[in-house]
Write a protein that binds this ligand. Sequence first.
Ligand SMILES: *[C@@H]1O[C@H](CO)[C@@H](O)[C@H](O)[C@H]1NC(C)=O
Ligand SMILES: *[C@@H]1O[C@H](CO)[C@@H](O)[C@H](O)[C@H]1NC(C)=O
Ligand SMILES: *[C@@H]1O[C@H](CO)[C@@H](O)[C@H](O)[C@H]1NC(C)=O
Ligand SMILES: *[C@@H]1O[C@H](CO)[C@@H](O)[C@H](O)[C@H]1NC(C)=O
Ligand SMILES: *[C@@H]1O[C@H](CO)[C@@H](O)[C@H](O)[C@H]1NC(C)=O
Ligand SMILES: *[C@@H]1O[C@H](CO)[C@@H](O)[C@H](O)[C@H]1NC(C)=O
Ligand SMILES: *[C@@H]1O[C@H](CO)[C@@H](O)[C@H](O)[C@H]1NC(C)=O
Ligand SMILES: *[C@@H]1O[C@H](CO)[C@@H](O)[C@H](O)[C@H]1NC(C)=O
Length: 906
Amino acid sequence: MGFQGFALFGLVLISAFCTSVFGNQEGFLSLSCGANTSFVDAWNISWISDGAYITVGNTTTVSFNDGNSTPSVSLRFFPDNSEGRKCFRLPVNNTATVLVRGRFYYKNYDGLNRPPYFGVSLGTTTVATVNLSRFDPWVEEFVWPVGKKETLPFCLLPRTGGGTPVISSLEVRPLPAGAYKNGTGEFLSNSLRKRFRVNCGYTNGSLRYPWDSYDRIWDPDMNFSPTRTSTGFEIQQQLNFSTIQESPPARVLQSARVLARREILSYYFEFDKMGDYYLGLYFAGILPVSSTFDILINGVVVEANYSIEKSKASAFFLMQKAVSSLNITLRNISFYPQVNALEVYEMVEIRLECSSTAVSALQVIQESSGADLGWQDDPCSPTQWKHVGCQESLVVSLDLSGLNLRSINPTFGDLLDLQTLDLHNTSLTGPIQNLDSLQELQILNLSFNRLTSFGSDFSRLTFLQIIDLQNNSLEGTVPESLGSLPNLHLLNLENNKLQGTLPQSLNKQTLEVRISGNLCLSFTPSTCVNVQPRPTIQTPQVTYFNMRKKHGHHRNAIIIGAVAGGAFALMILGLFIFMCTRRSKQSDDNPSTSGTDMRSWNAAKIFSYKEIRSATNNFKEVIGRGSFGSVYLGKLTDGKQVAVKVRFDRTQLGSDSFVNEVYLLSQVRHQNLVSLEGFCHESKQQILVYEYVPGGSLADNLYGSNSKKRTLNWVRRLKIAVDAAKGLEYLHNGSNPRIIHRDVKSSNILLDLEMNAKVCDFGLSKQVAQADATHVTTVVKGTAGYLDPEYYSTQQLTEKSDVYSFGVVLLELICGREPLSHSGSPDTYNLVLWAKPYLQAGAFEIVDDNLKGIFDLESMRKVALIASRSVERDASQRPTMAEVLSELKDAYSIQLASLAASGHSG
Ligand SMILES: *[C@@H]1O[C@H](CO)[C@@H](O)[C@H](O)[C@H]1NC(C)=O
Ligand SMILES: *[C@@H]1O[C@H](CO)[C@@H](O)[C@H](O)[C@H]1NC(C)=O
Ligand SMILES: *[C@@H]1O[C@H](CO)[C@@H](O)[C@H](O)[C@H]1NC(C)=O
Ligand SMILES: *[C@@H]1O[C@H](CO)[C@@H](O)[C@H](O)[C@H]1NC(C)=O
Ligand SMILES: *[C@@H]1O[C@H](CO)[C@@H](O)[C@H](O)[C@H]1NC(C)=O
Ligand SMILES: *[C@@H]1O[C@H](CO)[C@@H](O)[C@H](O)[C@H]1NC(C)=O
Ligand SMILES: *[C@@H]1O[C@H](CO)[C@@H](O)[C@H](O)[C@H]1NC(C)=O
Ligand SMILES: *[C@@H]1O[C@H](CO)[C@@H](O)[C@H](O)[C@H]1NC(C)=O
C-alpha cells in the first residue's frame, strides 16, 4: 500500500455522491435584507426580500471592491436612535432545531467610515455582538432548538455609541431531528454559536448546499491544520452515514486529514473569550484499513483507543467548560488516525421566558391604554421593554406614569412578581382595586389620579414599604388594614378627601404618615369634632323595580325600600331571608307540609335544605365545579333532572351575586337561557336549582378531556353560536328591564343532547333599570380573556361588553382554542390579539384544523367579520347583539344551503 511515506494525506473522493445530495430547499428561508426582488444565487438558493418579516429600518445597496470584482449587496439599516430591538420575526413552523445565519456588511455604505457594533439576539437571548470594525462582512450562525414555537424573533440590539445596526441577509434552515442534542441540552437550554466548521483534508473552497442538504457551510481546513499540503486521494467506497444524527454531507466526509505513523495530528482553536464549547468530530472509514487512536483535548485523553472501521462512519461529541482555546489531538495507536470533519460551537445559555400570564397581562394593559408602547415578544429578554423592569425572567417593576389607563384593571393582578408599581398620573378613577394578589409589592405609587376609594385590602401585601396616594379624590376613612403592614415606612395620603380618625395602628415610630390637605384627618378624635365623618350609608331612597312575571304579564310594581349605592341587592336578600325563615319556621312547626307549601317567587320554587339533600342523593354526583362552588346532579320528586349549584359559604359579595342570580333568573324565561327551577337559602346554604342541561358546556366540548371537538363541525358550531346569541339578544332587548350578562364565556354556554345551546350563570349579571340609561358604572368583574378592555378601563358597563365577550366565544369556535393559551409564542397567548388581524384579512389558516376544508367560505367570512367587529377595542365600533345574531343566522343558512347543494351534487 502506498500510504507510508506520506506525512499527511488529504483524501478526496469525488465519486457517485455528487448526484445523490441535491436537496429541494424544503423549509429554507433566505431573506435578502433590503432587496426589491427575488433571485436565485450561484448555489441555486432562492432569495426573497425581507420586507414581509420586519416593519422597521431603511434600505439601500452598496458596491465594494472585492479584489477581482465589485459585488453589490442590499442592506437594511436602522438609523433611528431609539434603543428598542429591531426584530425580524422568522417563521419556524415547530421545527425541532434550526440553523440561523445572519450576514452583516458595512462597506461604508453611508460614506461615514464609521463601522457600527451592535448586539444580536435570538428569541430571548443575546447571542453575539457584531463588530464591523473587526470584520466586514461579519457572519454569525446559530443552531437554535425551537421547541414548540411558530415564530423566532431575530433582533439587532443597538448599543450606546455603537452606531447604526445594519444587516444584509438572514437564512433559516431546518436541521435533522435530534441533531446536536447534547449541545442544545435536554431542556433545550442552549443555543450553539458556530465558531469553526472544517472540512478536514479539503482545501479547495467552502462547501454548502446542495452538497449539504441542510446548507451548513463547511470551510476548507488549510487555515487550521498543520501547514503541509495534502495530496488528493480517491477511494471508491460506499459509506453508511445513517448512524450520525447530524447527517454530515457525504461530500465532506469523503476527505480527511490522515496521520502517518508516530506523528501527531492537531487542530488548535483559540477563542476571544472564555466559555463553554461544544465540539463534534466526524470520522468515516474511507481508508482500506481500520485505525485506532487516542483523542486528547487540551492535553487530556478524552477517549482512548477510538477506532474507525473500514466503511463505517461515526461521530464523537464533547463539551468543554470554561476554556478559551481548544487543542484537539489524535495520537496514534495503530495505523492511520484520521479526522474527516469537525465543528466547534460556543454554547450560549438560552434565557428563560417570562410567564405567559405576565406577558399576556402586559399585552392587555398595552391594548387597553390605547398607546403603542412597542411591546413585542418577551418583556425581559433580550432587552427589557420600555416601562418594564425585570429580575431574570420576572417582571418586577412597571412604570406607566403619564399614560391614560383610567382604572386599575384586573390584569394588574396577574403581574404577580411586581415589586414596584408606579401608576402616578395615569388618569385613574374609581376604587383602588385588583392589587390584592401582588404579594411581592414593595412600592406602590398611585399619586396624582382621581381614585375615589380603598377597594383593595392591603393586609396581605406585607412587603409594602411605600404607598403614595397623594393628590387623589379618596373619600371616607383610612382602612385599619394599612396599620398591619410590618414594613410600611411611608404612607402619603396628602391632598385627598379623607376624614375621621386615623387607625392607631398607623401611629408608630417606623412609619411616616403624611396627611395634610385632607378634610379632617388626625390620630386624635377630639380635633375633628366639627367635621363628623359623613355617614357611610346615605339617606334611604325608594327605588322602583319593574318586575315581570313570565309571559310578560306585568305585576303591580313592587316598591322595595332600598338604600342607595347599589345596596338594593342586600334588600332583596333581606326579603329572601325573611321568606326562607318564615318558610322554615313553618316547616319546623309542621314538617308534614314540607313540599306542598312551596312559595313561588315568580317562577322559582323555594326548596328546603333537606329537599335538596334528598334530590341530590346526599350530593352524590358532581357534574361541575367553579370558583363559586360545585354543581350536583339532582332529581326532583316529579322525576325531573336538575343541576344543583351549591355555593360555598360566601362573603357579602357572594350573597349579592346569589340574590342577583335568583332575582334575574326568576324573571327571564327563554329557550336559550338556562332556567331556574328554584333555590334554597337556609342559614349558610346558598343553593340554586336549575334545569339540567346534559351535554356539558361548550368549553368542555371544545377542550375537555373527552372533547368532541372533531364532531363539532362548522354547522354545529354555527347553530351553537346562533342559539347563544339568541339568549343574549333576549337579555339585552327582550327582557324588561334589560340585563347585561357580564360573564359570557364558553364555559357558560351549555349544550343539551340535541346540541341546542343555553346560556347560564347569571351571578354577575346586571340590570339596566332605567330605560334610557346608556351604561352603568360598576366594579369590574368577569373572566380573564373575555373581558372587554374598554369596560375595565372606564368601568362603564354596557351591552357592548357582552358583545365583546361573545366575540371571544366566536373566535374560540372558529379557531378551536382557548382565549388565553399558555404555550406557543407571546403573540399567540391572547386569542383576540392573535386572531383578529388574520380574520380581518380573510386569512383563514388559523381556522381550527378540525374545520379545515369543510366550511363554506362565505359563511366563515361572515362569522370571522362579525367576530372581529365584536372584539373591537372601541365599544362604539362593535355591533349590537341583534346585529350579531342576524349575521350569524345568515352565516348558518349559507352553510346549510352549501351543504344541501353539495349533498345534491355529491
Ligand atoms: C434549482 O432548484 C430547483 C428547486 O429549488 C430545482 O428544481 C432545480 O433543478 C435546481 N437547479 C439546479 C441546476 O440544481
Ligand atoms: C430612513 O427612512 C425614513 C423614513 O422613510 C427617512 O425619514 C429617513 O431620512 C431615512 N434615513 C436615512 C438615514 O436614510
Ligand atoms: C428598489 O426599487 C426602487 C425602484 O424600483 C429603486 O429606486 C431602489 O433603488 C431599489 N432598491 C434596491 C435596494 O434595490
Ligand atoms: C409546516 O411544515 C409542514 C410539514 O413539514 C408543511 O406542510 C406546512 O406547510 C408548513 N407550514 C408553514 C406555515 O410553513
Ligand atoms: C471593535 O473592533 C475594533 C477593532 O478590532 C476594536 O478596536 C473595538 O474596541 C471593538 N469594539 C467593541 C465594542 O468591541
Ligand atoms: C449525551 O449526553 C448523555 C448524558 O450526558 C450521554 O449519556 C450520551 O451518550 C451523550 N450522547 C452523545 C451523542 O454524546
Ligand atoms: C478546485 O475547484 C475548482 C472549481 O471550484 C476546480 O475548477 C478545480 O479543478 C478544483 N481544484 C482541485 C485541485 O480540485
Ligand atoms: C446503514 O446502517 C443502518 C444501521 O446501522 C442500517 O439499518 C441500514 O440498513 C444501513 N444502510 C445501508 C445503505 O447500508
